[in-house]
Design a protein around this ligand. Structure first.
Ligand code: ATP
Length: 293
């Protein structure tokens, strides 16, 4: 197949992405594809390179390697890209004197795809009032304002870096619910980085784990459920289970062991003990073991 054509089928295509800050390697040959109409979680421990990968996609940092976002190289065509890509920059960018209503007026004035009614719907579920100034808002309320402004823009690619950091659990839940109900459709693609794996796993269509600048797992969520099985075995079956090559194991009380398998049929494991599909958080912990060693 012609690779140029194949690359354009994806919203994002990255090959051999590299970024070094003096002696720190932030991206170490990362490779991934993101298709249209997907909600992708880019998940990794602190310092894994998540923000750097997003900044590269947004044309906010130089890097080596090949990267196409909506068919364009963000290094050279950032301005054009920004018509179709939306992201939340640093929350500190809103001037402290501006009123909620003025911030909405401003975005409505500069962004042709901003939908004021939608923004106001998002805000109706918060305590924010149109006349309040940013300096009168709590940290979490400022994040809410930012999210409402960004979610009301009809962009093809929405990039969210830790979108719910600092928000209470009620709003976090509501945010992800609204992201699905009010924002997402097949024409859109969303990339979210987060540490709060449990909160996003039910909305993701795909998951990417990043560790030390490399993508170490990249799979659709339904494939994750088929690929990985967790098995709880008693001591007398542990050796037999171990011979099937678990990718991780941990001991439980009473001599039981939980083992994580990748690609071993569930039926085969079920003969040795109790099986279940691991949650994303379990997979994350198993995959990242030794990161801080
Ligand atoms: N401007 C910078 N100057 C020097 N080093 C940097 C800079 N930005 C990031 N780094 C380093 O690059 C690596 C990756 O950082 P990055 O911010 O991409 O990680 P992250 O996965 O987003 O982490 P976190 O979850 O903690 O936000 C880290 O080791 C970090 O110290």
């Amino acid at each position: 197949m012609n690779t140029a054509i194949a690359m354009d089928d994806h919203v994002v295509t990255a090959r051999d992405l590299r970024k070094t800050y003096r002696s720190t390697v932030a991206l170490d040959g990362a490779r991934f594809d993101i298709g249209a109409g997907r909600i992708v979680g880019l998940i990794g421990p602190n310092g894994a390179g998540k923000t750097t990968a997003l900044k590269a996609m947004l044309g906010l940092t130089p890097f080596d390697g090949e990267l196409r976002v909506l068919g364009k190289d963000p290094r050279t065509r950032r301005d054009e890209l920004m018509n179709d890509v939306c992201f939340i920059a640093d929350v500190a960018v809103l001037p402290r004197w501006i009123r909620v209503k003025e911030a909405i007026d401003f975005v409505a004035g500069v962004h042709p795809r901003f939908d004021r009614a939608r923004c106001e719907r998002f805000l109706a579920n918060t305590q924010l009032k149109p006349r309040q100034r940013v300096r009168e808002l709590s940290k979490g309320m400022i994040v809410q304002l930012h999210l409402a402004l960004v979610m009301a823009i009809d962009a093809r690619l929405l990039v969210l870096d830790e979108p719910t950091l600092g928000l209470d659990i009620l709003y976090r839940k509501q945010f992800y619910q609204r992201l699905l109900e009010d924002y997402f459709d097949e024409q859109k693609t969303i990339v979210i980085t987060t540490h709060q794996v449990e909160e996003v796993e039910h909305i993701l269509t795909d998951v990417m784990f990043i560790r030390a600048g490399k993508i170490v797992l990249d799979a659709p969520m339904d494939a994750v459920g088929e690929r990985f099985v967790e098995l709880m075995v008693d001591a007398d079956r542990a050796e037999q289970a171990r011979s099937l090559g678990p990718v991780d194991e941990r001991a439980l009380p009473f001599g039981k062991t939980v083992m994580l398998f990748d690609g071993v049929p569930q039926a085969q494991l079920a003969r040795l003990g109790e099986t279940r599909t691991p949650g994303l958080a379990d997979l994350f912990v198993a995959t990242m073991k030794g990161t801080y060693a």
